[in-house]
Design a protein around this ligand. Structure first.
Ligand SMILES: Cc1ncc(C[n+]2csc(CCOP(=O)(O)OP(=O)(O)O)c2C)c(N)n1
Ligand code: SF4
Ligand SMILES: [Mg+2]
Length: 312
């Protein structure tokens, strides 16, 4: 009986070391920061950028190991502000671009930053497929429940009744729940956090980076210009509550994770779901390796040519 890919033992390619070694020093914030961010004063996105810098400093990542990719939106301006490799790509298409980088450069850890519109509206399709393929990268969605850059349209995460330029009478479409959606489509790491709790954001980004697979961090990030006060209920400084995922929660239990993700807003913050499954990176590397071993001494294009010739 022929074996399918899933039945074969998978040679897992261990993630490359992400930290500086030897005499080379880690970068300072000054060396990582590029342009001054153009976000409005008070925008939640500042906090996430500062914590990304902190992560790079803490983990001693070097410029050539940092890859920051985004789509379009206020949040997606992110790579402009990071002094390293990256791309501010087409609206909704951060993940296909990030997938290519991830699959071709196993020595890097790819970070993608998106907004709620970028990730779940125009990019909704890519979110599903990147997650189900378990492509190794970290996606941080900076969710402000509105389209900020284009000045206040209803987004897929805007709550019912939200008044915007596209729903002047109040939103009537049911919002999506990002964490639930991520679990349902096959993400292997799903966490929730909020920009008003910096230590927590850093911990979630670090845990996501260490996950060998597609890791998704849903991060509440307030748009003070077009949806002021949206997340007060999750901020103890504004009279809200910040509930962490209970210590007894089994992160490998999909149904328990789904249940936690289904709680009423503000819900629970922390890692909801984490399982280890072979990544597309590992599977593809295995296929490439076994194929190349049959054609030693040939260049890649010659192997391709031979493969096409066989198909004639
Ligand atoms: C193909 C395409 N459609 C629409 C737009 C206009 N547009 C730019 S950003 C954006 C929504 C951004 O919202 P979100 O992703 O939530 O980011 P935020 O600005 O809120 O951080 C839209 C509709 C575009 N740039 N390209
Ligand atoms: S419009 Fe909103 S999301 Fe955009 S920079 Fe200003 S506060 Fe941030
Ligand atoms: Mg938004």
């Amino acid at each position: 009986m022929s074996q399918t890919l899933t039945e074969k033992p998978i040679a897992v390619v261990s993630p490359a070391p992400q930290t500086a070694t030897g005499d080379r020093k880690g970068l300072t914030k000054k060396e990582i920061a590029a342009d001054h961010p153009t976000w409005c004063p008070g925008c939640g996105d500042f906090s996430i950028l500062a914590l990304y810098f902190k992560l790079i400093e803490k983990r001693k990542l070097w410029h050539e190991k940092i890859t920051t990719i985004s789509g379009i939106g206020c949040s997606s301006r992110f790579p402009y502000f990071v002094q390293a490799h990256g791309a501010h790509f087409i609206h909704g298409r951060a993940l296909p671009f990030a997938s290519g980088v991830s699959l071709s450069r196993p020595d890097l850890h790819v970070f993608a930053f998106s907004g709620d519109g970028d990730a779940f509206s125009i990019g909704g399709n890519h979110f599903t497929h990147t997650a189900r393929k378990n492509i190794k990268m970290t996606l941080v969605v900076m969710d402000n429940q509105v389209y900020g850059l284009t000045k206040k349209q209803t987004s897929p995460t805007s709550p019912l009744g939200f008044k915007s330029k596209t729903d002047t009478w109040g939103a009537i479409d049911y919002p999506i729940n990002p964490a639930k959606q991520a679990i349902a489509v096959g993400a292997t790491f799903v966490a929730r956090t909020t920009s008003t709790n910096p230590n927590h954001v850093l911990a979630m980004m670090e845990a996501a980076m260490d996950h060998d697979g597609f890791s998704f961090v849903h991060c509440l990030s307030e748009c003070v210009e077009f949806y002021d006060g949206a997340f007060d209920a999750a901020n103890p400084r504004k009279g809200g509550v910040f509930n962490e995922v209970p210590k007894s929660h089994d992160v490998t239990d999909e149904f328990a994770a789904y249940k936690l993700a289904s709680q009423d807003f503000p819900g629970s913050f922390g890692v909801l779901y984490k399982v280890n499954k072979p990544t597309k990176n590992a599977r593809e590397a295995e296929i490439n390796q076994s194929h190349q071993s049959k054609f030693t001494g040939l260049k890649d294009w010659q192997i391709l040519q031979k493969t096409f010739d066989r198909m004639k």
